[in-house]
Design a protein around this ligand. Structure first.
Ligand SMILES: Nc1ncnc2c1ncn2[C@@H]1O[C@H](COP(=O)(O)OP(=O)(O)OP(=O)(O)O)[C@@H](O)[C@H]1O
Length: 418
């Protein structure tokens, strides 16, 4: 089954996530035995030492030794985790583990983990217990994009018993993590208490659950494809935004699904159900002049006029700063993440260079004026920004380029020539 899985992939380089436990030891061993017959495939392993158990350094040494015997190149990563008080140790370790995998995965390489059918059944149940929808119930896909390559799970069709039989047959010496027996953890409780009971009555329950997850995965994919097709019809007036009025014509279920796809496309973490509800009720239904904001880890949803924005949290910025600019080099403005280049001065550049006029970059304080000769006279910055539809939270962060005391460029919005 590993051969069949690998033959279906476009990748030819594989990084095996090797914890030293039964499942990943079998995966490592199977991969090592394939090398003679399939020289086009290249394998290496990675072991992460989370440093959370007294024996973890000895486990890392064991993994190194196993890889040496199998002549398998291995990357050893030792993590020094600081677990914030109140945080879940498991969740923090997992996050750090996947960050390390991502860091070491080469472009076009596929990370292989040893998740199997029993893991899949447990994952499905855990999601069911959390009240997940199709995304969660699809549990773990066999292949998904990951970092600069992919994450593949070639053993999803094998049961734990199959893997144990293989390990026994080949005399594999694998590690047993004592925490796997601790039924205070939900997954272990399902594994040791719930699944055996279900198996007494429905012997094929593990395979059945895994099939249910696979079917949900297919539904998820169809849904995803159809939503990606629909999304452009809901585009707002500015790049990356959604049109509130258009969204409101959709059913509630479609609104929620479109929001999720939009957020995932933009690389944001999905909101908890309650937050998504707030976006649907408080933001989409707000009056046109309201400026609601809903936020969760790494994301803020804001609305301005008819556009819905998803943004990284705004960082505090000192708008009283004034930068002098010699216009010879680009000017980096770290507080707003913008770099100005001399060409932004347009026809002012030769004048500035000849006359030696001072060029400064400022931010909005209130009361600024811009002269627009082609529209006759002076216009307030506030009015010009409103006219250009710039949302209020962006206004304080827009660099304003001055030649002497004359505002000549509202960066990204409006520029005037001499
Ligand atoms: N310390 C580790 N070093 C390298 N690979 C690991 C390590 N721990 C886990 N893995 C990989 O992840 C797979 C799943 O491990 P495990 O079931 O312990 O993790 P989980 O937290 O339950 O699942 P997930 O990684 O999906 O959250 C293992 O089969 C192995 O391939």
């Amino acid at each position: 089954m590993l051969v069949h899985f690998l033959q279906q992939q476009s990748a030819t380089r594989f990084l095996i996530a090797f914890s030293g436990g039964l499942d990943s030891h079998v995966l490592l061993h199977l991969s090592a035995t394939l090398r003679a017959t399939y020289p086009q495939w290249h394998f290496r392993a990675i072991h992460i030492d989370h440093g959370l158990q007294p024996a973890s350094a000895a486990w890392a040494a064991h993994c190194r030794a196993v890889c040496e015997v199998l002549a398998m190149p291995v990357v050893n990563v030792a993590l020094h985790l600081q677990i914030p008080s109140g945080a879940s140790l498991e969740a923090e370790a997992r996050q750090a583990r996947y960050a390390a995998f991502a860091q070491h995965l080469q472009p076009g390489e596929m990370l292989l983990t040893a998740h199997h059918q029993d893991d899949q059944a447990e994952t499905l149940l855990l999601h069911l217990l959390r009240g997940s929808g199709v995304d969660g119930l699809a549990a773990m896909p066999a292949v998904r994009a990951f970092a600069q390559g992919w994450l593949g799970r070639p053993l999803l069709t094998c049961s734990r018993a199959d893997l144990a039989a293989y390990a026994y047959q080949h005399g594999l010496n694998y590690l047993q993590d004592p925490s796997n027996a601790d039924t205070r953890f939900d997954r272990n409780f399902l594994r040791h208490q719930v699944m055996p009971l279900l198996q007494q009555r429905w012997p094929a329950v593990t395979a059945t659950f895994a099939r249910a997850a696979r079917l949900q995965g297919e539904s998820r994919q169809l849904l995803h494809e159809s939503l990606q097709e629909k999304l452009p019809h809901y585009q707002g007036s500015r790049p990356g935004t959604l049109a509130v009025s258009q969204l409101r014509t959709a059913s509630l279920a479609l609104q929620a699904a479109l929001l999720r796809v939009w957020l995932v496309n933009a690389g944001f973490q999905l909101p908890p159900a309650k937050k998504l509800g707030s976006v649907l009720h408080d933001v989409l239904l707000a009056t046109a002049d309201a400026m609601p904001c809903v936020h969760w880890a790494g994301c803020e949803i804001r609305r301005y006029r008819d556009d819905l924005y998803a943004l990284p949290p705004l960082v505090a910025h000192d708008s009283t700063q004034i930068y002098g600019w010699d216009t010879q080099q680009p000017l980096v403005l770290p507080s707003v993440g913008v770099t100005l280049v001399p060409e932004m001065l347009g026809a002012w550049l030769p004048i500035v260079r000849d006359s030696g006029s001072a060029v400064t970059v400022r931010f909005r304080q209130g009361g600024e004026i811009m002269q627009l000769p082609y529209r006759g006279g002076s216009h307030s910055l506030k009015h010009l920004l409103q006219e250009a539809g710039i949302p209020p939270w962006q206004r304080e962060c827009l660099p304003l380029i001055y030649v002497g005391e004359r505002l000549v460029n509202i960066v990204g919005v409006l520029q005037v020539n001499p």
